[in-house]
Design a binder for this molecule. Sequence first.
Ligand code: 5GP
Ligand code: MN
Length: 349
Amino acid sequence: MIALVSMASPSWGALSGGRLDPQALLAATMLLRDATDVTLLAHINPDADALGSALALGQVLRRRGATVRVSFGWPRVAPSALAALDTDGLLVTADEVPATPATLVVMDTGSVERLGPLGDRVAATIEAGGQVLVIDHHATNTYFGTHNLVDATAEATAVLALRLIDELGEVLTEPVARCLYAGLLTDTGAFRRATPSTHLIAARLVEAGVDTQAVSRELMDSHPFGWLGMLAKVLDGAVLEPAGARGLGWVWTTVSREQARGLGIEEIDSVIDLVRTTREAEVAAVLKEIEPGEWAVSLRAVARVDVGSVALGLGGGGHRLAAGFTAVGEPEDIIPRLRAALDAAPLLR
Ligand code: 5GP
Ligand code: MN
């Protein structure tokens, strides 16, 4: 306990690997220190890292006296487990976001397109003389802000948000720590991908009072009963192609709107985490029908295939081992395209 307390203000240079550009960090800190009206945006279909980071930073800025709102372009409301992180009531719907925000902070979002219908706020803010701060850890980030705090070596955007909170000299309260923990937990695959610094940061968050068991259960281990029936059908339809993905094997399945009826996005997004455990496959893919004839594709690799490049080539993006894209058509069209892209995918080592 004593060691953890003395760790409350760690040396970030040692912790973060020091990959953040000091000037970008200083500029971002100054921007947030002086901002009086801040709109924080997460990417469409926000996850715990995007929304948790936005809510954490939003809570801190609200405490400093700023007017703060947090939003995302789609869907209309956040999954309940994520909405529960909003203890200060900062969330607003996309149509409540001002046309020209004074200061815009865009979190965990690699490109303007990933903001969906709120993407136009970036240009609108800049044209009106406002500032846009991009805080992200995607290697594919396009640096679309006036300020860009991007570190592709960061395990989660939550780590960058915590860094800014420290730079602002703000105390880490439990609700803020909970939001950050949610992002760190989910983006590291429940600490499967973690460095010493990941655990040191997690220790700080737990020290601040986060109930780790409750957060894990709510975010990762809790689904309605109907989830089991959907999984039974979707997993039964999985296809293993051992010779695919450059001979390393890949496995795929689809989740139709019919199969997903009545279930939340978090239930549908959980399928990839089961499919990707297939031992015979380096790559896993799940096609999720979002509109008739429109599919969001989740890609995961174990270690060797760069699915980030594959996704980028198919109009999406993401990380080397976790990426995605949206495709128009039906699985009969999309799967051959994906199969061909995986057969030509760059190998990581
Ligand atoms: P997921 O499969 O969990 O939806 O996404 C995995 C990763 O790929 C995330 O980091 C996410 O940001 C990225 N990603 C997923 N879909 C898209 C997409 O359509 N476009 C881009 N640029 N990135 C995506
Ligand atoms: Mn993230």
